[in-house]
Design a protein around this ligand. Structure first.
Ligand code: GDP
Length: 230
């Protein structure tokens, strides 16, 4: 984002460490290795902001990157927001305890975080969505969270294939999404469009998109995606 500045604002291992300034937040989530760190860095325009690594240690924290001076839609001035790095899920070889960490910290963030305006749900455009992607979608829908699907790594696809892939995702995994965008963290493809969706969600007047009350007593909530069901 031109003219905006990004800084690392800290990592939280528990909800008591989340920021308290009430700025709008946009959360990034996706399977490990999908390019979440690369996408965060590319969006923030600061290389090395989010570590490009999928070390299982990162499953224990939620990291906050403050972007200052983001132009609000419709020329309504500028504002600050947080890009929030949630733990990746679906570590094939990670021990069960590590996988379960996704549930603890990410679920407590997603289910209860008042400043959360939008989730950026990242998938790999080269592969069909996995069962865990579907589980995450069901969970986001259940909790009435707004999300945009960013199908990353479209640079690896032929142009026609990229367009067909995003249409395919829009009809399937992305049917409840605000938008489905083909992006490339590496080449910068689609990042302006993604920023536009982020800005619109982050700075929309509150009210119409207010999150519905989450019914804690739901006896049958969908399983959180970090859970392998075994
Ligand atoms: P994370 O585990 O989701 O944070 O993923 P990383 O950002 O660490 O990236 C995982 C791997 O995917 C790295 O080898 C990146 O270089 C690669 N990668 C990330 N974004 C892209 C992209 O847009 N295109 C391609 N071709 N590779 C990418």
């Amino acid at each position: 984002m031109k003219h905006a500045t990004s800084t690392y604002a800290g990592s939280a291992a528990s909800p008591s460490d989340f920021p308290r300034d009430g700025l709008p937040e946009v959360a990034f989530l996706g399977r490990s290795n999908v390019g979440k760190s690369s996408l965060l860095n590319a969006l923030a325009g600061t290389r090395g902001l989010a570590r490009v690594s999928s070390a299982p240690g990162r499953t224990r924290v939620v990291s906050f990157f403050r972007v200052a001076g983001v132009p609000k839609p419709g020329g309504a001035g500028r504002g600050d927001l947080y890009l929030v790095d949630l733990p990746g899920y679906g570590y094939a070889r990670a021990p069960r305890e590590v996988r379960e960490q996704f549930e603890k910290i990410a679920v407590s963030y997603l289910a209860h975080r008042a400043p959360l305006r939008l989730c950026v749900f990242i998938v790999d455009s080269r592969h069909e969505p996995t069962e865990r992607d579907e589980a995450l979608r069901a969970w986001l829908d259940h909790h009435q969270l707004e999300y945009v699907i960013a199908a990353n790594k479209v640079d690896a696809l032929a142009r026609g294939t990229a367009a067909r892939t995003t249409q395919h995702i829009a009809r399937g995994l992305g049917r409840g999404a605000r938008a489905v965008l083909g992006v490339s963290a590496e080449r910068g493809t689609g990042l302006d469009d993604l920023w536009n969706v982020i800005r619109a969600a982050a700075f929309a007047p509150r009210g119409s998109h207010e999150r519905a009350f989450i019914d804690e007593a739901d006896p049958n909530p969908p399983k959180a995606p970090g859970h392998d069901g075994r």
